[in-house]
Write a protein that binds this ligand. Sequence first.
Ligand code: 5RP
Length: 221
Amino acid sequence: MSRDELKKAVGQAALKYVRPGTVVGVGTGSTVAHFIDALATMKHDIEGAVSSSEDSTAKLLACGIPVIDLNNVDQLSVYVDGADEINPQMQMIKGGGAALTREKIIAAVAEQFICIADASKQVDVLGHFPLPVEVIPMARAYVARELVKMGGLPEYRQHVVTDNGNIILDVYNLSIVNPAELERKINALPGVVTVGLFAARGADVALIGTEGGVITLKKGV
Ligand SMILES: O=C(CO)[C@H](O)[C@H](O)COP(=O)(O)O
């Protein structure tokens, strides 16, 4: 099976976590694009979606799924999103698509985070994938210097402006043995909007696309 077929399989598998009559949290990326296609088949059974990016909003609307402002939602039972890496503790690196901040906000509101990913995203230790950090433009050089002090090699993601008007630094050379501590440390730097480490709030369920089918992993099991 191609990687895209694996992504499609997990996108479809995530439908089983969507409860009729609810608002669904929707992430960003090529795996989520398959989830949105699947969600469109039950668009009349849900109230709508909260979206984590302008890209996902456009796709949801094109599929006829109403997009609802997060501020008008009291409860979100599930948030479905992809990942760039996921470890056995269900902690993730996210932000390859530059949507990390809105993704983290919606994940914080949701009762359940359902991560959908092909098996290539599974790692023992996070950090092979460069860690995205969303930064306020005027803080770029300062934050980059601080990331170097932490042992990272930050690279400015050229020609990318986030949906929030900020820039992304991708940090190479990190072997993240304590993701929760690094998440706290980077988030504490003035000028950092958020780091793409989802450690304090990881996934609750991971649907992993493998050659043998979709594997379901649950946090703490
Ligand atoms: O965090 C993300 C976007 O900011 C994506 O979930 C992550 O980059 C995975 O993307 P894809 O499903 O295209 O592999």
